[in-house]
Design a protein around this ligand. Structure first.
Ligand SMILES: C[S@@+](CC[C@H](N)C(=O)[O-])C[C@H]1O[C@@H](n2cnc3c(N)ncnc32)[C@H](O)[C@@H]1O
Length: 269
């Protein structure tokens, strides 16, 4: 995530190292690190070949992949610029204009341009009037925390934002602070495959891979919320998801697509 003197991203230098025990190095050019499947991914604003070689030597790890690319290419080949969904204008932190939400997209998912995020944002806007005043929420796989912040801007009082990616959690926490929402957004770093957070909330937002969604659907404890905004799957995954629904799921309120990505809205609002 952005730390002074950096105010935006230009080029991104990534190093993939086997072994998940590599400590994050202190380096002013470090954007962040995370662990995934027994490997550590380190991401910098500048090339760090020597630093990473030294870390690998010290911790007996092996660098197996490295790349450098423009930030726009990292962000799905597009520049991150302000956009509007319903009453909300969302802008990256480096944009000088007025905005309701400011986001440091960092190098985690959730800059707002992916069709699945956009569908979730639009659904939240469309169904907010059916939610109670000061509603509560759960953002499963929060990435940058954008959906949680949008929920708070739309009247939510308390949203739990969870992700298993430690950098995503740090970025979501920081984005909560950028938006004066730290008292409303509770970030928890956890693997929802291992443990499900309390689901007795007014709205669950889950923009996740369809296989993970199918696992959640089979958990009776998942089905305790008032409204569900579910995305992250394409028509191929939709069949599997339909088959994973419980016998009497909450009623479908909406099913739509954007660029082959689907969103479902289910609930009783
Ligand atoms: C498609 S992104 C969605 C990000 C954001 N909510 C949005 O809509 O733009 C999915 C997120 O889920 C997280 N995730 C994937 N599997 C997870 C798991 N088992 N437990 C917790 N988080 C997970 C990923 O790290 C990623 O940040």
């Amino acid at each position: 995530m952005l730390k002074p003197p950096y105010t935006r991203y230009d080029r991104i230098y990534t190093y993939h190292v086997d072994g998940s025990t590599l400590p994050a190095p202190y380096d002013p050019d470090l954007i962040g690190t995370w662990e995934e499947d027994d490997k550590t991914i380190l991401i910098f604003h500048r090339p760090k070949d020597e630093l990473v070689r030294e870390l690998c030597r010290k911790h007996s790890c092996r660098l197996f992949y490295q790349a450098d690319l423009d930030y726009a290419d990292w962000e799905m080949g597009r520049e991150v610029v302000p956009f509007t969904v319903g009453p909300l204008t969302i802008a990256p932190v480096w944009d000088p204009g007025e905005a309701d939400i400011r986001i440091d997209p960092s190098v985690v998912f959730g800059n707002g341009f992916h069709p699945s995020t956009r569908l979730c944002l639009q659904s939240l806007v469309n169904y907010r009037t059916g939610l109670p005043q000061n509603f509560t929420g759960l953002d499963l796989g929060c990435g940058t925390g954008l959906l949680s912040i949008a929920a708070v801007r739309l009247g939510g009082s308390s949203v739990m934002a969870v992700d298993h990616n430690s950098l995503a959690c740090a970025v979501a926490q920081q984005n909560g602070a950028y938006n004066n929402a730290v008292d409303n957004i509770h970030v928890k770093c956890m693997d929802i495959r291992q443990e499900l957070p309390a689901t007795g909330v007014d709205v669950i937002m889950a923009n996740l891979h369809h296989e993970l969604l199918a696992e959640l659907f089979r958990e009776p404890a998942f089905w305790q919320a008032g409204l569900y905004i579910i995305s992250g799957f394409m028509p191929g995954g939709e069949e599997q998801l339909l088959a994973s629904l419980p016998a009497a799921p909450p009623p479908f309120l909406d099913r739509r697509r954007l660029d082959k990505w689907c969103v479902w809205v289910l609930g009783h609002v």
